[in-house]
Design a protein around this ligand. Structure first.
Ligand code: ADP
Ligand code: MG
Length: 627
């Protein structure tokens, strides 16, 4: 290739992440090398869609050649595959930016997971994730990208062997496509079958049959141009004419994931506003699911022209949904700013959300295990809706599934909970924490277990928030078992157990007031507990204010300066407590009281407040026991 005015090509080094990704891919964490074609075709189609959009306000950009197309040229003799589009093209800066760095959100997190995982799991992970332009290097030892941006007189060549650096140089525009991008793969010996028409045609039809830009093939230099796909948008067809594989294929190209959709929702809304939606619940978690910006990815089309994927077509708690909405009720030249104000958009958001939730509800009724898979992947995100979407709160609560003290490995719904609630039980009880193991070991659960009362075990960070916002479900409020009085004494224990707490003896009463006095700088109260059966102590939050777990989250997030003092509850029937209450040894009593408080802290997953003093007290206790 000759460069313009004999300027030498500039060499650039890839951003570190790209080198790592390339290495991983070339060393084949992922075995299906065919995906490179899908990735190149999907980029070419994106480029055509971007041009169509820009040409709405500047018709010069596609003047003379307005029909988008993608052409694949093969040459078995020289082992070359070329994918060419007449889309938007790339300027020099865009090439450096787009092909020398990894911009895609979630990529970094993805790579960290892959590196941390074993090879086998890595393969699965890559399978869930679009690998992008760099997948070319799975089959090629050199890739040349020749591009000319729409409306520009300049053409540029980007070239790399995928080993850490690339060269970029200006070329004579004659050598580049008149508009758009030509990507030339110099195939490795191993991958030479990818230059055969039979292989390529099969892969394209299988993977990219519904890309909304037509694809052509030229099987060898000088051969005729043949059409492979017609570029009809899948969503414009009627549901009955679409095969499940076609939906999957479209899902993969629109989501950039390689898994199977867990649910497909395709419908046409008619009436005041007309639009078509083709949306999917992914089969696995997208990598940007927990990105702080919480952006959705559903694409908006107007009359089959792609407009934007940042129109917030769905509420944020449905950001995992992938797909498109196409409407003919908006002007093509609507600005992205004006879009946000449009009443049509509000109507689409409402209509699509309602439909999705309704179909998800139906699935929960007709195929529970399929629904539970969706819930396992996205439940933590859907629950954000309980405190964000007031109108649909009850509906979202009804969809929610929980681990509880009686769920085992399964899931329980709130309807299940209410059905099995004990006579006289006024609240839905819950316990919030960071892990199921920790929660199951909580002393606060003991009194509930003894009475056979189910407790929701909540471990998602969003749980601390929605429980405070969801006032009730079917007439029962939500109540933390680590907050306030437990009102357990009103409910009978299982048969054979004493349900009334023992009359507090005088010794216990005076011990409680001693402890309250001695611990007053650390706890707001010390009282006798009805929620403990085996443990000696536990901490609870006072009735007013935050649950202890929420308080911790807020403190960690810097949104709360000081935590409120908790309440120490003591089990008056516990032998340790009885021993302390009746002792005449003042040092022992004081040490043991402070140790009880630290014990309660440890049971909560915290540390003793003063580790050194804690250790000293413990040694004194040992010394006493050994005498
Ligand atoms: P993604 O498509 O997810 O953005 P890729 O690695 O597939 O990631 O592509 C990186 C970027 O390179 C694209 O976002 C685009 O800006 C640019 N690009 C790739 N192929 C083309 C093309 N044929 N025409 C124009 N730009 C392209
Ligand atoms: Mg891409």
């Amino acid at each position: 290739m000759t460069t313009v005015a004999d300027k030498p090509a500039e060499s650039h080094v890839f951003e570190a992440d790209v080198a790592r990704l390339l290495h991983m891919m070339v060393h084949s964490v992922y075995s299906d090398k065919n995906v490179f074609l899908r990735e190149l075709i999907s980029n070419a189609a994106d480029a055509c869609e971007k041009l169509r959009y820009e040409a709405i306000s500047n018709s010069n950009l596609n003047a003379g050649d307005a029909e988008s197309r993608i052409t694949i040229l093969l040459d078995e003799e020289t082992r070359r595959v070329t994918v060419e589009d007449n889309g938007i093209g790339m300027s020099r800066e865009e090439m450096i930016e787009a092909l020398g760095t990894i911009a895609r959100s979630g990529t970094r997190a993805f790579m960290e997971r892959i590196e941390a995982s074993k090879q086998g799991e890595g393969a699965q992970l890559i399978g869930q994730f679009g690998v992008g332009f760099y997948s070319s290097f799975m089959v090629a030892d050199r890739v040349d990208v020749l591009s000319r941006r729409a409306g520009s007189e300049e053409a540029w060549l980007w070239s790399s062997d995928g080993k850490g650096s690339y060269k970029i140089s200006q070329i004579d525009p004659i050598q580049a496509p008149p508009r758009g991008t030509r990507i030339v793969l110099h195939l490795t010996e191993d991958a030479k079958s990818h230059a055969s028409r039979w292989t390529v045609e099969r892969i394209v039809k299988e993977q990219s049959g519904h890309v909304p830009v037509p694809i052509f093939i030229v099987e060898k230099p000088g051969a005729e141009v043949a059409r492979l796909t017609d570029g009809t948008a899948l969503w414009t067809k009627s549901r009955n004419d679409i095969k499940p594989e076609e939906y999957t294929d479209f899902y993969r190209s629109v989501s950039g994931q390689y898994d199977e959709p867990a649910m497909t929702v395709h419908f046409r809304a008619e009436g005041r506003h007309e639009y078509t939606a083709l949306t999917f619940v992914p089969g696995s978690k997208p990598f940007d699911l927990y990105d702080p910006d919480r952006n959705g990815r559903v694409k908006l089309y107007v009359k089959r022209v792609f407009i934007t994927d940042s129109a917030e077509l769905l509420p944020r708690y449905l950001r995992f949904i992938r797909g498109i909405v196409d409407t003919s009720d908006l002007p093509l030249n609507i600005s992205r700013e004006m879009l946000q104000e449009s009443p049509l958009l509000a109507s689409i958001r409402k209509g699509v959300t309602n439909r999705l939730l309704k179909d998800i509800e139906k699935l929960a009724e007709s195929d529970l295990s399929a629904y539970e898979k969706i819930w396992d992947n996205f439940g933590a995100v859907i629950k954000e809706g309980i405190h964000e979407d007031f109108e649909r709160r009850t509906q979202l609560l009804a969809l929610s599934r929980f681990r509880t003290t009686s769920s085992g490995e399964g899931h329980r719904s709130l309807a299940d909970y209410i059905k099995d609630a004990k006579e006289g039980q006024k609240s839905i009880y819950y316990l919030v924490g960071s892990s199921l193991e920790q929660l199951k070991a909580s002393p606060q659960l003991e009194g509930f277990r003894a009475r056979g009362i189910e407790v929701l075990l909540l471990t998602d960070s969003v749980d601390s928030f929605w429980v405070t916002m969801a006032p009730e479900f079917e007439g029962k409020g939500f109540k933390s078992i680590t907050q306030g009085a437990s009102d357990l004494s009103e409910l009978p224990k299982a048969e054979g157990e004493n349900s009334k707490p023992a009359e507090a003896s005088e010794d216990i009463a005076s011990f409680l007031s001693f402890a309250k006095e001695r611990l007053s700088d650390q706890v707001s109260d010390v009282r006798s507990s009805d929620r403990l059966t085996e443990s000696a102590v536990c901490l609870v939050a006072s009735e007013q204010g935050y649950d202890r777990q929420l308080e911790k989250i807020l403190q960690d997030a810097g949104r709360l300066n000081s935590a409120a003092k908790p309440i120490l509850e003591i089990n008056p029937d516990h032998p340790t407590v009885k021993a302390i209450a009746t002792t005449k040894d003042d040092t022992f009593r004081e040490d043991a009281t402070l140790l009880l408080l630290d014990e309660a802290r440890v049971l909560d997953g915290d540390k003793p407040s003063d580790p050194r003093a804690f250790a000293e007290r413990l040694s004194r206790l040992f010394a006493r026991a050994m005498h």
